[in-house]
Ligand binder design. Structure first.
Ligand code: HAM
Length: 437
């Protein structure tokens, strides 16, 4: 039997309804902030991610799924190297949404010189070759937001306010959410800060793990995220970004906090929060749900250099993404129903095959009136049609027998109260709609 790949999930039934609900909540909330939906391809040129996310990040170095057509794969196996491939032949599944949206913004000139900011949101599958575990999948789903062209710290604060409101509307109690924020500096102050963290790691080389020594050379700030206890102890005394901000970054960060305070958003400043993607500048943030043990349920930040890295004009940007599967796990751990109600239906049953044509006409009329309608397509007995109606969560059952057909009526049965009565066929759809309220 064919099996799904480890770290992937089938979304169906209540789980699918939960995913659709999250998108509906996002559409309504983000709409009030002026965001429009965008869908970018799930595959992009590798360079889009290398330029944006960063060649030295784990996401790009270790986790990105590469895509080759069968023919290309054959050529590669023959030649033994991908050196001869053109940029457009080097493709990957998107590990996140930001790089692709920014690539689309550059390609389609979403933010022309002097133009208004582009405000975009998306919902879709992302792919990362991570070791699968609870809340860590190889194919997972994100709702994400990208706000391009806004440099004002109010945009940072409003992004965070939107994010927290999104959780609230999904049923997260505010007191269970922990929002951590930090400022990572910008092109002016970060290079010196990176160098000081690199030097700090090298000065403590004999106390730190091999991975951190490698990080010192390629991405020193990631050492703050090392899972090794000893490294964590050492990094607790490392220089912090907040003490090394240039004036512009310090003023920006203070303003973001002022707006969050004014909006009543509770946050914790975490000077070790560095995030796993290289494009961030200034504000970064992450949210966890206490007690859920699934890791971050969302995160984001400012990325003022990304448009340029993707080949566009200098354009500031900020955004965030939330993970659908982790939010479901967290909500379930809180006892919040994520699946919502089964939509139910109206079931049209018949006493024998002779009424099949009448069933066809009745379902046509009911569906025409917008009623979710089911019927039997397998020649079942009346008893087993009723059973099936129950299984499908039917609230009403329309029964058609020879008597009904002869009298031009249908029997309408309420599946909860078992009350039933006859209605003229011509009024069936209207009466059903009325009964369903
Ligand atoms: P991220 O922190 O890498 O940020 O991912 C955002 C969220 O996606 C995480 O907080 C988590 O809930 C979920 N997630 C990430 N990886 C996995 C996984 N392997 N399995 C299940 N869920 C996962 C970004 O992706 C940025 N693009 C966010 C952003 C948008 N920054 C600015 N704009």
């Amino acid at each position: 039997m064919a099996q799904r790949i480890q770290g992937t999930e089938d979304l169906f039934g209540g789980y699918m309804r939960a995913w659709q609900h999250m998108q509906d909540v996002a559409r309504e909330l983000l709409g009030t902030y002026g965001f429009d939906m965008i869908e970018t391809p799930a595959i992009e040129q590798v360079d889009t991610f290398v330029h944006g996310i960063g060649a030295s990040t784990d996401v790009v170095r270790k986790e990105m799924f590469r895509v080759f057509s069968g023919a290309l794969m054959e050529r590669l196996l023959e030649s033994g190297s991908e050196g001869g491939l053109k940029a457009k032949q080097r493709m990957a599944m998107r590990p996140e949404g930001t790089a692709g949206v920014v690539r689309a913004a550059v390609e389609n000139n979403f933010v022309p010189q002097g133009g208004a900011p582009a405000k975009l949101w998306y919902a879709g599958a992302m792919f990362r070759g991570e070791r699968p575990q609870k809340g860590r999948l190889r194919q997972f789903h994100q709702v994400g937001v990208e706000w391009l062209g806004a440099s004002d710290p109010a945009a940072d604060a409003e992004s965070i306010i939107m994010l927290m409101e999104f959780y609230k509307r999904l049923g997260f109690p505010a007191e269970r959410l922990q929002l951590r924020i930090n400022s990572m500096g910008d092109a002016e102050c970060r290079p010196a800060y990176r160098a000081s963290v690199r030097q700090f790691i090298l000065d403590h080389a004999d106390e730190m793990c091999e991975d951190c020594l490698e990080r010192a050379e390629i991405n020193p700030l990631r050492a703050f995220d090392c899972k090794n206890d000893r490294c964590r102890e050492v990094m607790a005394t490392a220089p912090l970004a907040k003490d090394n901000l240039c004036d512009g970054c310090a003023i920006h960060y203070a303003k973001v906090k002022q707006y969050l305070d004014e909006a009543g958003v509770t946050y914790v400043e975490d000077p070790t929060l560095v995030r796993g993607l290289d494009y961030y500048t200034r504000t970064v943030f992450e949210v966890e749900c206490e007690g859920s043990r699934v890791g971050a349920i969302g995160g984001g930040g400012r990325y003022d250099g990304l448009m340029e890295l993707e080949g566009g004009k200098p354009t500031p940007g900020i955004g965030f993404a939330v993970g659908f599967e982790r939010m479901c796990l967290a909500l379930r751990s809180l006892g919040v129903d994520v699946e919502g109600e089964d939509p139910g239906c109206v079931y049209v049953a018949c006493t024998s095959a002779a009424e099949r044509d009448a069933v066809f006409s009745a379902t046509l009329a009911l569906r025409g009136a917008g009623v979710r309608t089911e019927a039997d397509y397998q020649g079942r007995s009346l008893k087993s049609q009723f059973k099936q109606a129950d299984k499908l969560g039917a609230r009403l059952c329309v029964v058609l027998g020879s008597d009904e057909i002869a009298a031009g009526v249908a029997t309408l049965r309420d599946m909860r109260t078992h009350e039933q009565g006859r209605v003229p066929m011509g009024e069936l759809a209207a009466r059903v709609v009325e009964k369903l309220g």
